[in-house]
Ligand binder design. Structure first.
Ligand code: GAL
Length: 581
């Protein structure tokens, strides 16, 4: 029986060695079996450009191994040491508005700076060579939460090369980026720059491509380290994904490059934290499945023990909530639940962050709570989850919705996905939250709300799914642009069996009265000319609000406005009945 991973980030270098033995003893009490070590240890491991000091890490790993505790051993590249900064000022990140950041926090690097890339591979190589054979080693944890963008000159050069690879010549780039708008036609690659701060609105295609480029640049940094470690070690290799609209990482693509999809999850709402966790879990499982791991197994690499922290405030959760949080992840296919962090740091930037062993010590309630949970989970193995329903959540679409100029600022793509996830889950289904690149054929129902950006490949895939008998729910604000952020009028008409003749984003106090119900439509209204569909819900003045279209062997339901939860549920119940016929 495969045991669950249970543990968290362990930063022993912050403590005198006498504390380490206590730590390991307490870990045994708490049934901890895996700790992430070394995430921010670069300045200890490599105190100078040509000096390495592994003695302390040897002793930590030996102690862990003696206690039967495994190590998820990190490469420390998320926080380069001060000597590196001084030697390579060009490797510090530059913000959109041109400010070169200085050392003093973490993530002060540019993944496109040659010196940083070389230094990263070197430390990864040294760790691989030294610890590949260590008995404590269970897994490699490359870097930490990739997501730091940079707009420096190294990035500019890298971007030009990346664009040349993607488009071939500048004519194709000009076409893709619609550069005749505002006289942006490029003749030479080196005229093209990152989307740094400019006078007014940026070009949305440039912004979108820059995110793709940043994601690919970071991925190359990850792969360099992965290959270095792989040459020395057979242990699984991963990196911890951080979630959120600000993260310039195409996780669906990255999921194919890790041995196990691992995410960090820090919900922001005390009241709704379980809902946020459920979404994150179903998303991690969806990424894993779409990346070719049919069992959908994934690992929760970090979450806060018994607390939710948001906007600088740390709120302890009520007793029992840490357990509920863990079970929310485990019931959704996590192969382990890990925390940040094991022992609270007395000083440093995150000294008030919750920990399993808080400042008050192991007598504190949180340690007791986590220990009881550890004991409970010790006998449990990972849960297999099968889902017949998928919710499409597309990070490219999320990015596209952040463009400087969109039809409505009132569409919060993430919130919309959360709502649908809640409705689908509330209807009693296990829901895989999947990227648009996932194979959909195994799902009975696929819901894709506000899928603003649709490439030709996505159009083809959705049609293929429905033609073969799938049931697809689409909403307003979908298929409006292609993968270069160019408007694609009429792109969905054949699929939904209607022509969308006018989009009307609504103001926050505007509603659409619906026939036969006191529920109303909000946020948006599409005026439809129905060609081949059946109207299943009308507005009070007789316009189509929800339509249904038989397409091949399948069914498409289109919502022209945003409905409330009850109405969404009705729509789904109805569609499901339809698909079961
Ligand atoms: C994560 C990060 C950890 C720690 C934690 C708490 O995002 O990986 O190193 O900073 O947040 O803030």
């Amino acid at each position: 029986m495969q045991a669950l991973h249970f543990g968290g980030d362990y930063n022993p270098e912050q403590w005198p060695e006498q504390v380490w033995a206590d730590d390991v003893e307490l870990m045994r009490t708490a049934h901890v079996n895996l700790v992430t070590v070394g995430v921010f240890s670069w300045s200890r491991l490599q105190p100078g450009p040509d000096e390495f000091d592994f003695g302390w890490l040897d002793r930590v790993l030996d102690l862990l191994d003696d206690a039967g505790i495994g190590a998820c051993l990190a490469t420390p590249t998320a926080s380069p040491p001060p000597w590196f900064t001084r030697l390579h000022p060009d490797a510090m990140p530059v913000t959109r508005d041109g400010i070169r950041l200085t050392h003093g926090s973490r993530d002060t690097y540019c993944v496109n700076a040659p010196a940083y890339r070389a230094a990263s591979t070197r430390i990864a190589d040294a760790l691989g060579a030294r610890y590949a054979g260590h008995r404590a080693l269970r897994m490699w944890h490359v870097h930490n939460e990739y997501g730091t963008p940079c707009y420096c000159d190294h990035c500019a050069t890298g971007f030009q090369v990346w664009l040349a690879g993607r488009y071939g010549d500048t004519d194709a780039l000009n076409d893709a980026w619609s550069t005749d708008f505002w006289s942006q036609r490029y003749r030479e690659w080196d005229e093209v720059l990152p989307p740094r701060v400019t006078q007014y609105l940026s070009n949305p295609a440039q912004v979108l491509d820059y995110r793709r480029f940043v994601s690919d640049s970071m991925l190359r940094h990850y792969i360099d380290q992965r290959e270095t470690l792989r040459a020395a070690s057979r242990a699984p290799i991963t990196t911890n994904f951080v979630l959120g609209g600000w993260v310039p990482v195409d996780h669906a693509r990255w999921a194919r490059e890790v041995d196990v999809v691992a995410i960090d999850n820090y919900p922001s709402s005390v009241d709704d934290h379980l809902t946020e966790r459920a979404f994150a879990a179903d998303l991690a499982r969806g990424w894993a499945r779409a990346a070719g791991h049919p069992d959908g197994r994934w690992l929760l690499m970090e979450h806060a023990p018994g607390a939710v922290h948001s906007g600088g405030v740390v709120r302890a959760l009520a007793a029992g909530q840490a357990r509920e949080a863990a079970l929310t992840y485990l019931d959704r296919g996590a192969v382990g639940v890990m925390y940040f962090q094991w022992r609270a740091s007395r000083g440093g930037a995150e000294q008030w962050h919750p920990a399993i062993v808080p400042h008050e010590g192991a007598a504190a309630p949180i340690f007791q709570e986590i220990s009881l949970l550890g004991a409970e989970l010790a006998g449990r193995s990972p849960t297999a989850v099968s889902a017949q329903v998928a919710l499409i959540f597309d990070e490219l679409t999320m990015w596209a919705w952040q463009a400087p100029h969109v039809p409505s600022r009132d569409i919060d793509y993430e919130k919309m996905a959360y709502r649908w996830h809640g409705v689908l889950g509330g209807a009693g289904s296990a829901v895989d939250v999947v990227p648009v690149t996932a194979s959909l054929s195994g799902y009975r129902l696929v819901v894709a709300p506000a899928l603003y950006l649709m490439s030709q490949a996505v159009h083809t895939a959705l049609r293929g799914y429905v033609l073969e008998g799938g049931t697809l729910v689409l909403t307003f604000a979908s298929g409006l642009v292609d993968d270069c952020a160019r408007v694609t009028p009429g792109a969905l008409d054949d699929l939904i069996g209607a022509r969308i003749v006018r989009h009307t984003p609504l103001l926050s106090d505007e509603t659409v009265a619906l026939a036969g119900t006191d529920a109303v439509g909000r946020r948006w209204f599409d005026q439809l000319e129905v060609t081949d569909a059946r109207v299943t819900l009308q507005t009070a003045d007789g316009a189509a609000a929800v339509i249904e279209h038989r397409f091949g062997a399948g069914l498409v339901r289109y919502l022209a406005t945003d409905l409330d939860e009850r109405q969404l549920l009705d729509t789904l119940a109805d569609v499901r009945k339809g698909s079961a016929e």
